[in-house]
Structures are given as structure tokens and as C-alpha cells.
Design a protein around this ligand. Structure first.
Ligand code: ADA
Length: 573
């Protein structure tokens, strides 16, 4: 099944989806992948793009430099724009032998403008490197608990651009879901265009065109307000979507959005002014055969499974999500916590100019790419970072400020694993806590009774009240226990499916019964590859085995227990 183009759509442009069979070569562990002489590369095989080369049998587990090549028939003398849905870990993009851009932000969507050429057949080469390098690509570190793959993770498209300024994105903000009033901010694509646009056409939901004349542009932006004719707020129960099409200078951008607001009131999260309880899972984009380069059918199936489990909520751990996945979440009515790539980051990373620049830039691009998805209700950053060291406040503050400046319509959070020592909760709209009571323990002799879960929840709430953070919503942003698929044990021992079932059942029961807990994202949807080495005992099979499904999406015993709890909760209303 070909992968559909995600929103926004550009109906006046010729757009080619470049997913398909590309030439491929693996060059080994080069010291400087930016210096590859692309003309001299001997291609050794053909691969299917999107592709993680280190998930393929011939290159499995290898770290080094790889080269992907394809050819594109384009219109001569027209600029192009290549959109990448996400690469990893580092990539350099060449067209007709000329290096045009580098990207060191895994999982982040980005675009590369291509100068016009008289040639109609253009050569696109993507050099990808997955070696660990703090200088080149510091955002994914070897100690993270999920495998860092190398490749072109997501769809690649080539747009033929119109002459002059083109339409890049239009950000839609709901001003009032009831009356259907929206505000639209349009960004033009090349530079800081300041001349007024003589004519702009706007069509809401494919209706009649509204014409605006002499539209002033400031630094490449213009904006307007509009109304939806029959406004119906977007919600998980009724995920109604709308479109706005904007045409200027022979280019059209069609953005899709939903009318909804998200806010907090005391310990509640409100969607369209009404309390909502978030019940769902953390999900990695992962599959043993594809790494994070998931086929579209897998994205659809994951959401069908999550729907069957009764979830209304997904935490996209721990990186910007595939736009096709967020489109599906919009359509199917899931609420999403999207976060930028990070895991246990700490000083002195926050003093490194390369690390901080890339961290801020990928976070900015995440907001830009996902702004119009009604499904995204929370922006997250720095999962389990070092939020208990005062000297890190500066960078935490910068991250939160960036998100708040880029988007005033969503909640800003980070997930902490050090709640009792955390120093920056004032930066968050919701307290998000990752906890594994009854699973990880320093007392190896203990039987790890399930009672620890309730005890820990009570401790947390007492602590938050005592420190003045108790008046905000509290989400359990991770909690879970490992189980090896197929290992059944009448003793309910650690790692058995029975233990995990009882564990998650208890978690769901407690969260559902407690009005002061606004939601839970169980850890995790399915098992995912991580590293063996020193973690072998904690990560049998070199997988994080806390999935309710295994890596091939086969349900463990916990599936039925969670499904029952979540489904009953939503059925009761
Ligand atoms: C952390 C982390 C997850 C995962 C989990 C675990 O909370 O955020 O990515 O590693 O622990 O399984 O221990």
C-alpha cells in the first residue's frame, strides 16, 4: 500500500512521493561522512525507502555511513522542495552532486530547497550516518533505552515550487470552538517577504472562495480570522475535522484542523471546557523488521489495536511523531502527548552549544510540523532529564519558553522520574511522573508486592500537596512491568505474563478510581528493541519487554485486563 501524503496538501504543485526502491551502499565507519564523494560511490544493492539499513539482514546492527540514491523526473528550470518526514541519526542531502543541507535531528520533519536546473532528471543522494558522535549528532545518545537506527525513517516527497514566494504552512488556532471562530497565520516559504499580496483566496471546508485584496505581509507572514459554518468541536468521541485552503500567487496550501481547546482547572485537564481523563499508552515507533521506518499499514493497525484496548490517549515516546500517524490520530480521535527527542539528558549536555542548538531546533520544528493536529494536546521535552539540579534551570526554562512562545494553545510539560527532588515543576502545566513501583526496587530480596503501587501514588500526592504543586493535574506518564511473551507462571513471578497482567490491572483500577489523577500512559504499547550489553539482565532479549503486546503485536495476558478497565470506564461515561 503506498503511503498517503500527510497534511498539509498543495494541490497546485506537482508533488512526487519518492518512497520506493533506491540504490544503496554501506561504506563502513567513516570518520567524516560529510566528505563522502558521492560521484564515486559504488552502489551494491537496492533497498525499499523508507528504510533503516541496520534493520536489514545484510547490515543488521552495523554503525557507519550509508548512501541512498534515487532519480526524479522534474520540470526543468523550476525550484524544488524535498520534504523528509524524518531521518536518523545524521544525514546530508545532495542533488546532482551538490550538498544542499545536513540534518542531525532524528525523527524530525524538515525541508530542503533545491535550486532550479535545466536538467529534467535530477539525482537525489542521501548520505546517512548512524555512528555515535557528540559533535555531529548528539541528540540520540548510546545510553537511551531504545535502539538508535540509521536510515530514512519516513516518507520523502519532491515538490515543484512556483516562481517567487510560495506558501509554506498556515497555522490554525481555535479562538472559540462553539462559534467556530479561528485565527490563521500563514507563512510564506522563501525569506522575509514584505510586499503586500494583491490577492489571497480562502476556502473553508471546500466552500465558496473569500477574496482578500492587498494583504499586508510582515517578515514573510500574514494572518486572518475566519468562521466555520457548522462548527462541531473535535473530540475523541466525535473527531470532526475541517480544512482551510489558502491560495496566493498560484500556490495553494490546504491545512486540516479541528475545533478544540485544551486547558486545565485545578487538578483536571479540560477538553473544550469539559474534564477529560486520559487513559492510554506510551508508544515507540518500532518494529523488529523495520525499526522506526514503519509501513503505513502498521501505523493504522497500531491505532486499531489501541482503540480495541479502549484508549483515548497516546504518549509519543520519546520523539516527534510521524505526520501520517498524527493524521490518523486526528481522524480516529486519539489525544496525543508529543515530545521532542530526549532521554535522561543532563549536565554538561546543557552546556554544549551543539546539543542545545539541536535540542531547541528540533523542538521548534516539532511544533511547526504538528501545530494543526487537534489530537496533540501537550508538548513535552527532556524526558527524565536532570530536573533536580538547579544549574539546569536555565536550559529547562529556555525549552519551556520556546514552546510557550511557539504555541499558546497547548499544555507544556516534561516527564520526570525524580519527582521528590524535582526543581522545575513550576515550568509545567501538568505534573507528569514516570514511576515503576513494584517493578524496579533496590531491595532485591523483596517480593515486590503490588501494594507498592497504591502506596507510591499516595506518597506522590502527599508530596505534591506539601510542595504546592498539588493544585495542578497529575498524570502518570509512565508505569509498567516487564513480561516475556509466552512465559506463563502460576507463581506470578517477575517477568511472567501473569505478574504484568496483575500489575497493569491494579494501576488502571487505581487511576480510574482516583479523581485526582488526570490520566495514565502505561509503559508501554509493545516491546521494543534496546541494547543488550550491560543491560542484559534488566533487558532480556535486548528488548524493553514492558509491552502489553510483544514486538510483533501479539497480545500478552495484560491486554484483556487493560481493555476491560479502559472500556468499562468509557462505557460508564
Ligand atoms: C523510563 C524511560 C523509558 C523506559 C522506562 C523503563 O521511564 O522514560 O523510556 O526506559 O524507563 O522501561 O524503565
Amino acid at each position: 500500500m503506498p503511503s498517503p501524503l500527510p497534511y498539509p496538501h498543495y494541490p497546485d504543485r506537482n508533488i512526487q512521493l519518492l518512497d520506493g526502491i533506491w540504490d544503496f551502499a554501506f561504506l563502513g565507519a567513516l570518520e567524516n561522512p560529510a566528505q563522502v564523494k558521492t560521484a564515486e560511490v559504488q552502489y551494491e544493492t537496492r533497498v525499499s525507502v523508507p528504510c533503516c539499513f541496520d534493520a536489514l539482514p545484510a547490515y543488521v546492527g552495523k554503525r557507519g555511513t550509508a548512501v541512498f540514491r534515487t532519480h526524479v523526473h522534474t520540470r526543468p528550470n523550476r525550484r524544488g522542495l524535498i520534504r523528509f518526514g524524518g531521518i536518523g541519526q545524521w544525514a546530508k542531502i545532495y542533488v546532482d552532486g551538490k550538498g544542499l543541507a545536513e540534518c542531525a535531528m532524528p525523527y524530525t520533519g524538515f525541508g530542503v530547497e533545491v535550486p532550479a536546473s535545466e536538467e529534467s532528471l535530477r539525482e537525489l543522494v542521501v548520505v546517512v550516518d548512524n555512528q555515535w558522535s557528540d559533535e555531529r549528532s548528539p541528540l540520540h545518545q548510546p545510553y537511551y533505552d531504545f535502539y538508535a537506527y540509521g536510515g530514512i525513517y519516513r516518507a520523502v516527497t519532491w515538490h515543484t515550487l512556483p516562481e517567487g514566494p510560495y506558501l509554506d504552512r498556515a497555522q490554525v488556532t481555535t479562538l472559540d470552538p462553539e462559534s467556530g471562530r479561528i485565527r490563521v497565520v500563514v507563512r510564506l516559504g522563501n525569506g522575509e517577504h514584505t510586499e503586500a499580496l494583491d490577492k489571497v483566496e480562502i476556502r473553508v471546508d471546500g466552500g465558496d472562495a473569500r477574496i482578500m485584496e492587498d494583504v499586508p505581509c510582515e517578515k514573510g507572514y500574514f494572518s486572518f480570522e475566519a468562521s466555520i459554518r457548522n462548527p462541531v468541536p473535535w473530540s475523541p468521541e466525535n473527531p470532526v475535522l475541517h480544512t482551510v485552503a489558502i491560495t496566493a500567487r498560484g500556490d495553494t496550501v490546504v491545512e486540516r484542523f479541528g475545533l478544540r481547546t485544551v486547558s486545565t482547572e485545578g487538578r483536571m485537564i479540560l477538553l473544550n471546557g469539559k474534564p477529560v481523563k486520559l487513559l492510554g499508552y506510551n508508544r515507540h515507533e518500532a518494529h523488529p523488521q523495520f525499526g522506526p521506518a514503519l509501513p503505513h499499514a502498521q501505523l493504522v493497525q497500531d491505532l486499531q489495536i489501541l482503540r480495541d484496548l479502549g484508549c483515548n490517549y497516546i504518549r509519543g515516546s520519546h520523539y516527534p511523531q510521524d505526520q501520517r500517524f498524527l493524521d490518523l490520530c486526528d481522524e480516529l480521535g486519539f489525544l496525543v502527548f508529543e515530545e521532542s527527542l530526549g532521554w535522561g539528558n543532563r549536565a554538561p549536555q546543557f552546556d554544549s552549544p551543539t546539543f542545545t542548538r539541536l535540542m531547541l531546533e528540533q523542538t521548534r520544528l516539532m511544533v511547526k510540523n504538528s501545530f494543526n493536529h487537534p489530537c496533540v494536546i501537550m508538548w513535552g521535552f527532556l524526558n527524565e532529564g536532570q530536573s533536580d539540579l538547579e544549574e539546569n534551570r536555565k536550559f529547562y526554562g529556555e525549552m519551556a519558553a520556546l514552546l510557550r512562545a511557539a504555541d499558546k494553545s497547548r499544555l507544556v510539560v516534561y516527564a520526570t522520574n525524580r519527582i521528590m527532588r524535582d526543581m522545575f515543576l513550576d515550568l509545567c502545566d501538568v505534573v507528569c511522573v514516570n514511576e515503576y513501583p513494584g517493578w524496579y526496587t533496590s531491595n532485591q530480596a523483596e517480593a515486590r508486592p503490588l501494594e507498592e503501587i497504591a502506596k507510591r501514588f499516595a506518597e506522590l500526592q502527599k508530596f505534591l500537596k506539601a510542595t504546592g504543586q498539588g493544585e495542578k493535574p497529575l498524570i502518570i506518564s509512565e508505569i509498567g512491568a516487564g513480561a516475556i511473551y509466552g512465559w506463563r507462571d502460576p507463581h506470578n513471578a517477575h517477568w511472567s505474563e501473569e505478574y504484568q497482567r496483575d500489575y497493569l490491572d491494579r494501576v488502571c483500577e487505581l487511576v480510574i478510581a482516583d479523581e485526582d489523577i488526570a490520566g495514565v500512559a502505561l509503559w508501554q504499547y509493545c516491546d521494543g528493541r534496546t541494547y543488550s550489553s550491560a543491560l542484559a539482565l534488566g533487558r532480556p532479549r535486548a528488548f524493553n519487554n514492558k509491552g502489553t503486546l510483544d514486538e510483533y503485536r501479539r497480545p500478552k495476558m495484560a491486554y484483556a485486563a487493560v481493555k476491560k478497565r479502559f472500556t468499562e470506564y468509557f462505557q460508564k461515561g
